[in-house]
Design a binder for this molecule. Structure first.
Ligand code: ADP
Length: 459
């Protein structure tokens, strides 16, 4: 693995710009949502307040209307009994501003000092007034029975007018119930201020939060960018070694004036060896890319494919590596710890590669006279393949990195062993595409056990 390539100034600028752009997008979208939300809340609150206010006025007017109508006899004249409901009723020209406690619940509203009740003759002549009497009321807007009015002091009023009829359907006059909109307008003004200050405040907080969110969103991109850079640098480094060897061999052949046949053959064998190494490396890289794609496209889908019997597979791998084990003076064997079949769905070639990589590693990192054992077991609905060796082991601080692409442990025991650092990455990618995993336990100078977990088809 080559040292992690550093991010240059241009790339840093690009990341910074992207982060700010992302933050600006977040802030604008959230800002628009909260502004629209603020306006909507304002409108709903004003509307609800207005509806309540009008409902109060209307119910008071209706109660008075229902109560008064039976007492009316002569158009435009108030029966003496009506004074029961209008204790302070008086003719328009009298002083009517004094408020009196009243008996009926509806008239109780008047005591709140914001309602007034007026009785009018059919000619619109004012007959009686109860409650606060605004001076010089002018209708500013009329909509059927509802009116907006303004008095001398510029105070706004909302008023409801209902016609009063005699039993013979002759119009007696009308009743008007109104109230000042001062407290309503104060409420609306306060609400406006709250929204005017609150929304920019919220937008500011959202902008700060957006910057943080953009940072968080960029982290994985930043990391995978680093990984791609590292991967590219490592791949280039690994490819360069055999390519340089081939070039050196060819150049030395060209520079030698006359080569005998044996020398040519030796050089060609060197080129073929390097070419094989290159082809293997390219095949490994392609395989990793394909599996990455598979994992990103179908991370949860079961691996489709043949049914593979892990017992047969382990047996085949053991037989293939028997000669190599013998040559390295190692004892290679298989142990079955379950009698039940161990069948998994998947690609037999890939699963073969997975077990082979682990066995090949165990043989390479175990000194002569050591033991390498393939143990097959089952745990609930998973088949387990343990590849156990009595080799050099792996230091605890190296364990988290050994599955990284191109990562190789570098110490005096591994320096002699050739490898690209892709074996375990490939094994892990194969396990993952088969919905499985690989675990490792290791102790320096005692040995390692790699355990593959694969879901079984009969589970
Ligand atoms: P390599 O081509 O270097 O073997 P791998 O990805 O297969 O690459 O392994 C990564 C590293 O993990 C190796 O360099 C080696 O140090 C360590 N390793 C893997 N398997 C074993 C093992 N059975 N015993 C000790 N070390 C191992």
């Amino acid at each position: 693995m080559v040292p992690t390539p550093s991010v240059n100034a241009g790339q840093k600028r690009l990341f910074r710009r992207t982060r700010w752009r992302l933050a600006a997008w977040y802030a604008s979208i959230l800002g628009v949502i909260s502004s629209v939300g603020g306006v909507a809340i304002y409108r709903i609150a004003v509307y609800a307040h207005q509806i309540t206010l009008e409902a109060e006025l209307e119910s008071a007017a209706l109660v008075l209307h229902e109560t008064l109508e039976p007492l009316l006899e002569v158009p435009g004249q108030l029966h003496p009994d009506a004074t029961h409901f209008f204790p302070s009723a008086c003719l328009a020209q009298d002083d009517c501003l004094q408020l009196t406690p009243v008996e009926l619940q509806a008239i109780e509203l008047i005591a709140r000092d914001k309602y007034y009740i007026r009785l009018l003759a059919p000619s619109h002549k004012l007959l009686a007034v109860v409650g606060k009497q605004p001076k010089a009321l002018q209708i500013t807007k009329s909509d059927g029975k509802w009116q907006y009015l303004t008095d001398d002091d510029g105070v706004h009023y909302r008023q409801i007018s209902l016609d009063l009829y005699l039993p013979d359907a002759q119009q007696w006059g009308s009743i008007q119930v109104g109230r000042s909109l001062q407290d309503f307008e104060t409420y609306v003004a306060n609400l406006q201020w709250m929204i005017l200050i609150g929304v920019p405040g919220i937008v500011l907080l959202l902008a700060i939060a957006s910057r943080y969110l953009a940072d968080q969103a960029m982290q994985p991109i930043y990391q995978s960018y680093g990984q791609i850079q590292q991967f590219t640098a490592d791949a280039a480094h690994e490819l360069r070694t055999p390519l340089s060897a081939i070039r050196a061999t060819v150049e030395s052949m060209l520079m030698t004036p006359s080569l005998d046949e044996e020398e040519v053959r030796t050089n060609l064998r060197t080129i073929r060896r390097q070419d094989l190494q290159l082809s293997q490396l390219v095949a490994d890289l392609l395989m990793l890319c394909r599996m990455d794609q598979q994992l990103s496209m179908f991370p949860k889908l079961p691996k489709e494919g043949d049914e593979v019997d892990l017992k047969d597979l382990a047996q085949a791998v053991t037989e293939e590596f028997a000669a190599l084990a013998l040559a390295s003076a190692l004892h290679l064997s298989t142990q079955l710890q379950t009698t039940s079949p161990l069948k998994v769905a998947g690609d037999s070639g890939q699963l073969h590669r997975l077990i082979s990589n682990l066995v090949a590693n165990a043989l390479r990192y175990t000194p002569a006279e050591g033991k390498v054992t393939l143990i097959l077991d089952r745990r609930a609905d998973h088949a387990l393949v343990h590849v156990q060796d009595t080799g050099i082991g792996i230091a605890p601080e190296e364990l988290p990195r050994i599955f990284d692409r191109f990562y190789r442990v570098k110490n005096h025991q591994t320096i002699e062993v050739k490898g690209s650092g892709l074996g375990l990455s490939i094994a892990q990618a194969i396990a993952q595409t088969h919905r499985g995993k690989i675990q490792v336990q290791s102790e320096l100078d005692k040995g390692s056990t790699f355990t593959v977990w694969l879901p079984m088809t009969d589970s």
